[in-house]
Design a binder for this molecule. Structure first.
Ligand SMILES: *[C@@H]1O[C@H](CO)[C@@H](O)[C@H](O)[C@H]1NC(C)=O
Length: 372
């Protein structure tokens, strides 16, 4: 009787679980040096790692069993992602440490759930005076934000952790250190209406928002796991640590258990079942993506960030616009890179700084950092 009940509940559990189409689970053998094995000429799964400051990878990333949500038993380890006063990538004024899915699966079709959990602590806590963009897509169609948002008035700090669609807050909580916040973005690609599932600690995910006006698209390589901080001209800010685990993309029905889709496996079944045979064209593509700063209205995004958007399209950061024209996949690339820094009340950004860059290969990019 007991065992048949257990069998029934197992059936029920597996009936509920969706299909994982990509995962960033950390098994027990994963070490931080594995991130450095990835490059644009060696695109090994499951992670891209190129958006970071000039320091060693170990300055910005660390994996350890103590860094995951303990309720998550699909992962063996979690990751600590750090930004500090060196975290300027590619000549930008934003501090960034971001890992990005590397996959041949199409993460931008159908009804998908983008799962992740995150936590901060009292050691290297985030600065509530600065805007942070977290777990965002290039189009900012759905993202987590923290801190005083650029343009926010009447206060100098803001401890709000929020879920934003197009730069507009949809759901908020006050960030508590040492609390795990679990999230799943509910995205109907090709359709409209965005949702959020969330919980804290080991509680199952609950659908707190649905049908929020907006739509997402992705090239399957622009979901930024990590933090982008706007330090407002300060180039020597203290380090901030954010802890992450349970990172995966699932085709519904959603797995609400924080134990994850493969409980008890500790990341050992971490090969992603990329069942969808996505075809990524490497032919000529022109992608225009623009992000316009806005804190009161929906960010306007004239974007065709479809499955072929270039990896140079990682402009991130609200407060300027980027236009990218891409001619071929990895080689001849002409970048028209226009940064238009907007004036912001009370900040130190310059008025208008158009910048025109062009190069024949990523390596000749005059603002090259390590891998770009
Ligand atoms: C651990 O994970 C990495 C990256 O996902 C993978 O390459 C490796 O084969 C895995 N090792 C084991 C023992 O499963």
């Amino acid at each position: 009787m007991k065992s048949s009940l257990a069998f029934l509940s197992l059936l029920a559990a597996s009936a509920r679980a969706g299909t994982v189409i990509w995962n960033g689970f950390f098994n027990s053998s994963f070490v931080v040096a594995d991130f450095d094995k990835w490059s644009f000429s060696n695109e090994i799964q499951p992670w891209q790692w190129y958006i970071h400051g000039p320091g060693a990878t170990s300055e910005y990333l660390a994996v350890d069993p103590s860094y995951k949500n303990p309720a998550d038993t699909t992962d063996a380890q979690g990751i600590k992602i750090t930004i500090d006063g060196t975290s300027f990538w590619n000549g930008q004024t934003m501090e960034r440490s971001e890992i990005i899915p590397q996959t041949s699966a199409n993460l931008g079709t159908g009804h998908l759930y983008y799962h992740f959990s995150l936590k901060t602590s009292t050691v290297n806590p985030p600065d509530p005076a600065d805007e942070h963009q977290i777990a965002f897509f290039e189009s900012h169609c759905t993202e987590i934000k923290y801190g005083l948002i650029s343009g926010e008035q009447g206060q100098t700090t803001d401890n709000t952790l929020s879920w934003d669609v197009g730069g507009v807050r949809q759901w908020t909580t006050q960030l508590q250190p040492n609390t795990w916040y679990n999230f799943a973005y509910d995205i109907n690609f090709g359709g409209s209406g965005l949702g959020l599932w969330t919980s804290t600690g080991s509680d199952p995910l609950v659908n707190v928002k649905s049908g929020v006006s907006g739509s997402c698209s992705t090239n399957s390589a622009d979901w930024h796991i990590g933090q982008l901080r706007l330090p407002n001209g300060d180039t020597s800010k203290a380090a901030e640590d954010w802890y992450w685990s349970g990172i995966y993309v699932e085709q519904g029905p959603i797995t609400t258990s924080i134990a994850g889709p493969n409980p008890g496996t500790g990341g050992s079944s971490s090969s992603s079942s990329s069942s969808s045979s996505s075809t990524k064209t490497s032919s000529s593509t022109t992608t225009t993506s623009s992000t316009t700063k806005s804190t009161t209205t929906t960010t306007s995004t004239s974007s065709s960030a479809g499955p072929t958007q270039t990896h140079y399209g990682q402009c991130g950061g609200i407060g300027y616009s980027c236009v990218f024209v891409r001619l071929s996949f990895h080689h001849v690339t002409h970048l028209i890179f226009q940064w238009t820094y907007h004036l912001r009340i009370g900040n130190h950004l310059q008025g208008l700084q158009p910048l025109l860059l062009s190069g024949t290969s990523p390596a000749s990019h005059p603002h090259s950092s390590r891998s770009f």
